[in-house]
Write a protein that binds this ligand. Structure first.
Ligand SMILES: *[C@@H]1O[C@H](CO)[C@@H](O)[C@H](O)[C@H]1NC(C)=O
Ligand SMILES: *[C@@H]1O[C@H](CO)[C@@H](O)[C@H](O)[C@H]1NC(C)=O
Ligand SMILES: *[C@@H]1O[C@H](CO)[C@@H](O)[C@H](O)[C@H]1NC(C)=O
Ligand SMILES: *[C@@H]1O[C@H](CO)[C@@H](O)[C@H](O)[C@H]1NC(C)=O
Length: 391
């Protein structure tokens, strides 16, 4: 171990494993903040992609035993902007002092000295978006994948290290122990293998003025134009109305998306994840009123986060071949009208067979951002809250 550290020091940044680079959201509030490629019997760094893994291995990135320090939260200012740092290595972020290879930061680059393929894109026109999702539970052992509702999307992610997420103005305050959030990303199929990325972290809404609870999140349905897969027109009537679950894809257990290898689900218009704050996720009941149902759910759920069966009102797929029918107990008419069905295995296979068309993908959106926004983002940093009262 110490030999390795010494070698790292001697060789400086040379050891930073960017060659097979992938991306994580880095923040002291995350699970697995100090996990290295040596911590597990396999490379389970936070940046390691999740592919064809059993539930125990992909859920919380298998980092449940590596929680953040007490009192560390990522702040979500209601109606404001939260700036996250996305990078191939902790050394490329503000948190480099606790990284293996030291300071390798390079401005706004998520993967210093690397081609864009390091963050799985062929260019700015090939970005597919990432999201933040939240559950108003504080105990990770009470959380199920189906609890996580997407509340913010950045469709031009991953392109810069500092990535802004707009926070809905109506986000209610979290319980005393904070909320649990995830950063979620599925990249374009033309720049890397089929896989998903997930970083769990503790979060907290600040400046909340509303108490309306987020609806029980439903399965997101494919409803946008998809020229790469031969679908030229969007089908708005197929979109899921209201809060949507994060997308769990290409694992061997507990996925909620059954799309094929070359037609992944994305956090963009394809699944009606609008760029920015998801303002349509709030129901009619308020957080206090929702509490009894969530505590009965808590009581009915086993203490293990790995329990294969969720005791929530949401139907859960135990394996990839199961067709899921969602039932919602939400009193919101919008939520009640969204009865989601997932892709059948047959359709799944059909999609997989279609494969990638060679034709250029049409670009829905003009890329407007500048990459040299570092100064602005630097001002927005420091959303790392340290609540000394917790110690
Ligand atoms: C990570 O490592 C740093 C430096 O060793 C330490 O200060 C910090 O408490 C650690 N964080 C966690 C969550 O273990
Ligand atoms: C996505 O992040 C980039 C980089 O921080 C930012 O310029 C852009 O405004 C963000 N998009 C949204 C919708 O917040
Ligand atoms: C509607 O959504 C389902 C689930 O994502 C998908 O399988 C189906 O292809 C979609 N239909 C259309 C017309 O887009
Ligand atoms: C479905 O089940 C079969 C047999 O158990 C398995 O080989 C396959 O990987 C599963 N998943 C899909 C998406 O077909």
């Amino acid at each position: 171990m110490s030999g390795r550290v010494l070698l790292s020091v001697l060789m400086g940044t040379a050891l930073v494993p960017f060659a097979s680079a992938h991306v994580a959201l880095w923040h002291p509030s995350m699970w697995g903040f100090n996990v290295t490629d040596q911590t597990f019997s396999y490379d389970n760094r936070p940046v390691a992609p999740l592919m064809q893994m059993p539930f125990s291995q992909w859920w919380f990135h298998n980092h449940l035993s590596y929680p953040p320090n007490a009192g560390d939260f990522f702040e979500l200012p209601a109606g404001g902007t939260a700036t996250a740092e996305l990078a191939c290595d902790k050394g490329a972020t503000s948190y480099w002092p606790s990284s293996q290879g030291g300071d390798v930061r390079q401005g706004d680059s998520p993967c210093p000295n690397s081609p864009t393929s390091a963050y799985h894109t062929n260019g700015i026109d090939d970005l597919k978006g990432c999201s933040l999702a939240i559950t108003y539970k504080s105990d990770p052992n009470d959380v199920q994948p189906e609890d996580l509702a997407v509340f913010s999307v950045n469709q031009t992610c991953v392109w810069t290290r500092f990535t802004d997420f707009q926070i809905p103005a109506e986000m209610p305050a979290c319980p005393e122990g904070g909320c649990i959030c995830t950063w979620n990303w599925i990249h374009s199929p033309d720049s890397g293998s089929a896989q998903m990325f997930l970083t769990p972290f503790r979060c907290k809404v600040t400046g909340a003025t509303s108490s309306k609870a987020i609806m029980t999140p439903q399965l997101a349905r494919r409803c946008g134009a998809d020229p790469a897969n031969g679908v030229t027109e969007a089908t708005p009537s197929n979109c899921t109305v209201g809060a949507k679950q994060a997308l769990y894809w290409w694992q061997t257990e507990r996925v909620n998306m059954f799309e094929g290898q070359y037609s992944p689900p994305f956090y963009n218009d394809l699944y009606d994840f609008k760029d920015g704050a998801q303002n349509d996720i709030f129901g009619d009941s308020d957080v206090a009123a929702a509490a009894p149902s969530s505590s009965s759910q808590k009581a009915a759920t086993t203490s293990s986060a790995q329990a294969a069966t969720a005791a929530s009102s949401t139907a859960v797929a135990d394996n990839q071949n199961e067709t899921v029918v969602e039932t919602s107990t939400s009193s919101s008419p919008a939520a009640a009208s969204t009865t989601a069905t997932t892709t059948s295995p047959k359709k799944c296979k059909r999609n997989a067979k279609k494969g990638l068309t060679e034709s250029k993908r049409s670009v829905k959106k003009e890329a407007t951002e500048k990459r040299s926004n570092t100064a602005h983002h630097a001002r927005n940093l420091g959303r790392f809250v340290h609540d000394s009262t917790v110690h």
